[in-house]
Write a protein that binds this ligand. Sequence first.
Ligand code: SF4
Ligand code: SF4
Length: 99
Amino acid sequence: MSTGAAERFWRTPLDAEKIPRIRGIVHILEDRCKGCVYCVEFCPREVLARSIRFNVKGYHPPDIVRPESCTACRLCELLCPEFAIGIEEVTQQESADAG
Ligand code: SF4
Ligand code: SF4
């Protein structure tokens, strides 16, 4: 099915307003990072990117370039070998209030 057809038949669910949408806030302990970029490579929403900054160990911690796209899937948190990433789950309303 082409993208055009998908858009033509797509409809917003009738109860969409009642279902809270979960978003994620990414927290990175930069000085734990060893710059492996697993989090950058595997994030399905391209929230993170390689940086040119250095941490205290001399590695490049990731930049959070698309924070609004994080769905709190926690893949980066699971993959990070240094336990340097934590994801905070918020509903869309909470994130709008904070922003
Ligand atoms: S929780 Fe998922 S969407 Fe959010 S930054 Fe991590 S991998 Fe990307
Ligand atoms: S997965 Fe962890 S150690 Fe690797 S670049 Fe990302 S934050 Fe740094």
